[in-house]
Design a protein around this ligand. Sequence first.
Ligand code: GLA
Length: 697
Amino acid sequence: MVEVGEDGRTWLLSGPTSSYALRLTGRDELLHLYWGPRVTLRDAEALAAGPPPPARGFESPLDGREEYPVAGGPRFVRPALAVRDSTVHGTEWRYTGAAVGEDELQVHFRDPLHQLGISLTYRLRGDVVERSAVLVHEGGVRAPALDVLRMDSATWTLPVRDGWRLTQVHGRWGAESRLARSALGYGEQVIGSGRGHTGHQHLPWVALDAEEGAGEEHGEVYSCALAWSGSWRIAVHRLPDGAVQITGGVGHDDSGVTVLQPRTALVTPVFAGLYSGGGFGGASRAWHAYQRDHVIPGAETVRPVLYNSWEATRFDIAEEQQRTLAHRAADLGVELFVVDDAWFGGRVDDRTGLGDWTPNPDRFPHGLAPLAEEVHRLGMRFGIWVEPEMVNPDSDLYRAHPDWVQHQPGRARTEFRNQLVLDLAREDVRAHLYRQLHRLLDSAPIDYVKWDFNRSFTDAGRPAGPGAGEPSWAHVGALYDLIDRLRAAHPAVAFESCSGGGGRVDLGILSRTDQVWTSDNTDPLDRLAIQHGFSQLHPARVMAAWVTDSPNAQLNGRVSSPRFRFVSAMAGVLGIGGDLTRWSESERAEARDWVALYKEIRPTVQLGDLYRLRPPEGGLSAVQYVRGDDSVVLAWLQAQRYGEEPAPVRLRALDPAASYLCLDTGETHRGAVLLHRGLRTGLRCDLDAAVFRLRRV
Ligand code: GLA
């Protein structure tokens, strides 16, 4: 709901539990007024009537208070918007009006000198406020083009507190999204990616709680997440007077987003913000619900159990071998069979073939259709791996079009994993990719595409002309467009976003993909920490997790039981990625039982509310999913100590007056007992795990 103050200059946006207010001054300055628990319009107007901050010689009266600080005028903070022509740097805005909708607000301004219009957009989705900005060059054809050095999506302002803590997730390949929390110092803390993709280093998300501290289930948490899959930056700025602002948007530096030509517009991606009074857990549940309801396509349905042989076969694949694996997978209850890398072109290792998206005739002599049809006969869906944005120099595509890759004329072309990045800013490259992928999806009954991206940008540069500036701006726009068009032409096909594991996970890609590959690290213990960080922002519904072989072949050689591996992977979208030809009959029988159990708990896990009962910090960790009368508890014991049974796990979100039947032990528990004394897990061994299904009776 959006309400407008009596003088038409105060706006109040209210979700179910929170409010957000802004105020336009008589000098057309758009100031932040309020963000926190839900308030009334009268409260907001009372705040607006408060005295201005005292004037100080060396301080800006605007810094730390504006909705969208720009370069130009009395400001010293890093601007969200910096625009210049050949003579004048910065903008000066005149208010031209506002448009108020049911859950939406747009505030419009004009800069007459640069002939620019800007609209700041706010859209409520539950308690999540989606913000973005639109810049329009209104000049005539002969007006000068404008250099947009920086255009962030939004600046979020927090209330003044004695101190703040900053929570983020950080990592690298094979070790993504690990949670870190520290006191926020003065000055700026910047996270981001200058790599052309979201990156393994951070999810584009931060959470702040005041120094007295929120906990998992109590206290105030402010968090922001950027919906962008290219280079990005989120800067958290603690100003000298203690005010905190969070600015985020496209690009990692300020050296130029684009050159804005007359009669064109620039639209930023969404930078979404959420206030939660329910601690970090409450914030996560609100983010999860937001993504299921408004971001992820078709998120009301559950994702299938998949099989993928990448860890088992690597590049050494063949049709017959895939058939054998498909039979084994179907026998375990797998619902989606995915052929990974090396089915195409001359791909036999990572040096060749990327770019040639037709089946390798030696490996699939009759194309993919016979295997796909067999997979369908076995009752599974059929999926395929692609990495469309890339090319190996040793490929037919590169031999035909060496100019199609990102490069700097006269300079060496940097290779990572022996591959180069296609220049998606080029129309001919985009048209070619669409044609190839469209044809591929028509060539066989393909239901699923694992879309990978296995190296960062290095040579993209900033060539002149359309699309100039931040290279990932044009690239990601083209990528989104490509996926959107393929989805429209093949509406039954689901897409997975992968980038060497979790290198491209964000709200932007999630609005057009069905799930993501969380990490190439499939060690079930490391995964608990990775999943703990991932779950801060994203729901289990998109978090793919495979059970692979033991000892872990991909990363660390750790030995673990099928039980531990399955229960770890069952916290997300379960998949199997082991070499099924080497699993014994008893291992396969056990796997069959786990898959069947997962299918039972899947609606609760994928679509329910997540409660992180205990973090994975060495001893016992546990999560609980709640949906209607059903609860599922997954518990893991990393290391047993002194022969003692770990303390019971206190559950959440149960009715204290109700009774709950545990379908796994047959015991009936009082809700109050589970809430206050807790559930005894009975776990006693190193790397042990258990599943408890509780149903209200
Ligand atoms: C990336 C992915 C893996 C696999 C390989 C194939 O590393 O994350 O899952 O698909 O590429 O080359």
